[in-house]
Design a protein around this ligand. Structure first.
Ligand code: ADP
Ligand code: 5GP
Length: 204
């Protein structure tokens, strides 16, 4: 059986990451989404257990002490983290799993799981990013300013990623993500078990 791959997707807030991930999973239902833990309050439309696991700072800090996270970071004043257990379970079942995490989290995953495939999503411009954040109507103006100020520092990390996708038209960007996921399934180490089996049939 081929081993499940881990996909890390990062982008400045408002670039359209959540939108693209939802579209990608609709096209590829075999992909699992890693539901992060966060101390941030839920937005309207967000569901506990499916968008995030919303927890108190106390619960989050206890999970940190128990080493339950593969990675965690403070982003825009809140704590966010990826639990180890579901990630391992998906990999062992041969399921591909997608992580929507920030650049600090990506750096930690890279160190611990160097086989992960990473994708950085860029908006077409700073002006378009600002427009998307404002049109989303999910954050107060002060919070939007904070996210825009952080964006410049975040995009400086793009060279650490395997792939870069510009989210101009949703359709094209979703297709680009699909192509990356499909191609990654043919990477050498993902195929190793199957190749060994075939080589075994050659004898000698
Ligand atoms: P993120 O998860 O990166 O913070 P969202 O997925 O919430 O971003 O997208 C931010 C806003 O931009 C949403 O209102 C979304 O509908 C919109 N959006 C996403 N992708 C595009 C696109 N390609 N063109 C125009 N608007 C987009
Ligand atoms: P938002 O509050 O807009 O949902 O997310 C804010 C930022 O936190 C985004 O950059 C998102 O990728 C990041 N994020 C979400 N979950 C995690 C996580 O589990 N770990 C880390 N490091 N970042 C996360």
């Amino acid at each position: 059986m081929t081993r499940g791959s881990i996909f890390v997707i990062s982008a400045p807030s408002g670039a359209g990451k959540s939108t693209l991930i939802k579209r990608l999973i609709a096209r590829m239902p075999e992909l699992s989404f890693s539901v992060s833990y966060t101390t941030r309050a839920p937005r309207a439309q967000e569901e506990d257990g499916s968008d995030y696991n919303f927890v108190s700072r106390k619960v989050f800090e206890r999970m940190v002490r128990r080493d339950e996270f593969v990675e965690w970071a403070e982003v825009y004043g809140h704590l966010y983290g990826t639990a180890q257990k579901p990630l391992r379970a998906a990999q062992e079942k041969g399921r591909d799993i997608l992580l929507d995490i920030d650049v600090q989290g990506h750096a930690q995953v890279r160190r611990r799981l160097p086989e992960a495939v990473s994708i950085f999503i860029l908006p077409p411009s700073f002006q378009e990013l600002a427009r998307r954040l404002r049109d989303r109507h999910s954050d107060a103006e002060e919070e939007i300013e904070r996210r825009l100020n952080t964006a410049r520092g975040e995009i400086a990390h793009w060279p650490e990623y395997d792939y870069v996708v510009v989210n101009d038209l949703k359709k094209d960007a979703t297709q680009a993500l699909e192509v990356i996921v499909r191609a990654s399934r043919f990477r050498r180490h993902t195929q190793a078990a199957q190749v060994e089996k075939i080589i075994g049939t050659f004898g000698g």
